[in-house]
Design a binder for this molecule. Structure first.
Ligand code: JFZ
Length: 598
């Protein structure tokens, strides 16, 4: 089953990586060469403005809740049929227990609006093959095969639109473990005898046509896990389907580099702003489909910062919730999303309708923008009450707190702006507004990073590194359980003294700073000597062994304190790192952290 996932999913992950950077596979896009998605459909504006979508995975797997024959599964619960190798006939019988009497379309829709979501995408059919809607194409659907006997998607599509949100369907167009010709099921069916064309023509396309005809205007058709079609065939399918609803946006997982907007990998936000319409998808706990024993929910603070962080790069966040088999939303999902909604009620102006921030991530937080306004999302209050916006050269007319409209004192400090802040109203994220005239200078990789004694830690992230020799930036992908993907942007390839990285920092306070290196280092790379160069002095260290880097296992990052450096006076400093001798790659470096010594 792991193998299957590797064979099927990883090529897909790779495709996405390839898609996002034509030039060098694996290497991530940098600030200085961000691209727009090229063609942009006319009806895309609502999507770009919406910023926050609710994803819903709901199907027979929700009834199983992560347990099959007394064994608990962890990770992506909607993959349980595959992971437990459940025969299609036996799995189909689960439908007889599926009776979501607790489902209330109006309640979901109202919850979605109150949580601040602006669109909803729900699984009409996932890889298990069960249609959660009334389908004439296959009897394996909620109306015919379950005691519920009603079409929940009909009620939901209407209720969601009534609350003023855009409504869309997820449809697994290729993987279908219920069907002999569907992709993916190799435990019941012989892969070599599958006729994917027959599957597309006989079930997939006809069912998608039903979705496009019977459920009103769809904002989105969210495809997933493409396969079995050439680029020409994919385009032909898109054309046939789009003809039914030209305004519905098709997600990029329709395959072959096509689609109306970009989706990144699961749980992935690009490290720097990306132009054009795009969406990051995350789930509220560690699974997309409901798992009763998965209690690892993100708090409202985490959601709010994830949303602001995604918006600061220019994208939407679509956050998944997994309702249970009775049709109820998990209690923690309700609680933390409603809290998020009330934050959006006060600070929504800094999220909806914004574009990526003009100032890159700072030790205090992130920024988003609108014409003439820069929004500062403060995650971390500087302990000295002085907040710095580096290199901001537009004419500032006022700075105030967004929720209270309380004006703040500020002054120019060289090329920077220093704001005096008192207490902040929300310790998860308080937003300040900088109103200005003119066009501020564009940030790029030559802009110094900010380091100040006002923050417990000042991270210099890999993505801002200047690269020399063969040093390069890579995105490492890994998971903890199964399908709960994580991504880390790292510098790799530092195997010779000339393969160095450097960071330019504006250090605002003199004093001593502890330097910590955050990295992963597989056994074969450990016990090598590295050099840190700062302010004309050299410091040596030896790399420590963490764990093997494997996609299916957690990558362990450690924070290795390597030196204390002294900053004689405020100003610009370069910090450089390299291997002391030629060897294998030193490590995968995630960030360099400067901590003021107290
Ligand atoms: C897919 C599904 O297999 C999964 O069950 C869930 O629905 C998720 C939203 O999408 O999983 C993927 C698909 C693509 C990538 C990763 C996981 N990818 O491109 O990185």
């Amino acid at each position: 089953m792991k193998n299957y996932f590797k064979r099927r999913l990883l090529p897909c992950v790779l495709t996405v990586v390839l898609l996002t950077n034509e030039a060098k596979p694996q290497e991530i896009e940098r600030w200085d060469n961000r691209v727009s998605s090229g063609h942009e459909p006319a009806g895309i504006q609502w999507f770009k403005d919406a910023k926050f979508g609710m994803f819903v995975h709901w199907g027979l797997y929700s009834q199983l809740a992560g347990t099959w024959k007394n064994k608990n599964y962890y990770g992506s619960g909607e993959w349980i049929m595959n992971r437990a190798r459940i025969p299609a006939a036996e799995y189909a019988a689960v439908a007889q227990q599926f009776n979501p009497v607790g489902f209330d379309a109006e309640e979901w829709a109202k919850f979605a609006r109150q949580s601040g979501f602006r669109y909803m995408v729900v699984t009409a059919k996932h890889h298990e093959g069960f249609a959660m809607f009334d389908s004439k194409v296959s009897d394996f659907n909620v109306v015919k095969a379950s005691p519920y006997g009603k079409d929940p998607m009909k009620a939901l599509s209407e209720a969601v639109r009534k609350e003023g949100l855009h409504f869309g369907f997820y449809y697994s167009q290729y993987l279908d473990w219920h069907e002999a010709n569907g992709g993916g099921n190799d435990w019941d069916f012989d892969e070599s005898r599958k006729d994917y064309q027959r599957y597309y023509q006989g079930k997939s396309v006809p069912q998608i046509k039903e979705l496009l005809t019977h459920y009103g205007p769809l904002g989105i058709l969210w495809f997933d896990m493409p396969g079995g079609l050439s680029k020409e065939q994919t385009q032909a399918m898109i054309d046939t389907l789009h003809a039914l609803q030209p305004d519905a946006l098709f997600s990029s997982r329709v395959g072959q580099g096509l689609g109306d907007y970009r989706d990144f990998g699961d749980s992935e936000v690009p490290p720097l702003p990306v132009a054009g319409a795009w969406e990051a998808i995350y789930t509220h706990n560690d699974s997309w489909g409901y798992i009763s024993h998965d209690m690892n929910f993100k708090s409202s603070g985490e959601i709010i910062r994830l949303l602001a962080g995604t918006a600061s790069k220019g994208g939407n966040l679509m956050l998944n919730i997994g309702p249970d088999g009775t049709g109820r939303l998990p209690a923690y999902s309700q609680k933390y999303l409603l809290e998020t909604g009330s934050w959006l009620g006060r600070f929504g102006e800094s999220i909806y309708g914004t574009t990526y921030g003009l100032v890159p991530a700072q030790p205090w937080g992130v920024t988003t923008s609108k014409p003439g306004k820069l929004y500062l999302h403060i995650f971390e209050r500087p302990s000295n009450g002085r907040l710095l916006i580096p290199d901001f050269d537009a004419a500032v007319s006022a700075i105030y707190q967004l929720d209270t409209h309380q004006p703040l004192r500020w002054k120019k400090r060289g090329s920077a702006i220093e704001i005096s802040i008192g207490t902040l109203s929300d310790k998860r994220n308080t937003v300040l507004v900088v109103a200005y005239k003119g066009t501020p200078r564009k940030f790029d990789l030559t802009t110094p990073l900010t380091v100040s004694a006002g923050y417990k830690e000042n991270p210099l992230d890999a993505v801002f590194a200047r690269l020399h020799g063969s040093a390069k930036i890579e995105s490492l992908t890994f998971s903890h359980y199964f399908g709960d993907w994580k991504h880390a942007t790292c510098v790799t390839g530092m195997s010779r003294p000339e393969d160095s990285v450097s960071f330019l920092a504006r250090i605002t306070d003199p004093g001593d700073y502890k330097v910590l290196l955050e990295y992963a280092c597989p056994p074969e790379n450990s016990r090598q000597e590295g050099t840190l160069l700062f302010d004309g002095k050299e410091y040596k260290f030896e790399t420590l062994r963490t764990s093997k880097l494997e996609e299916g296992n957690p990558i362990l990052f450690i924070r290795h304190p390597v030196a204390i450096v002294t900053v004689p006076k405020a100003g610009l400093y370069t910090l450089r790192l390299s291997a002391a001798q030629q060897g294998s790659a030193l490590f995968s470096l995630k960030s360099v952290i400067l901590e003021p010594v107290d």
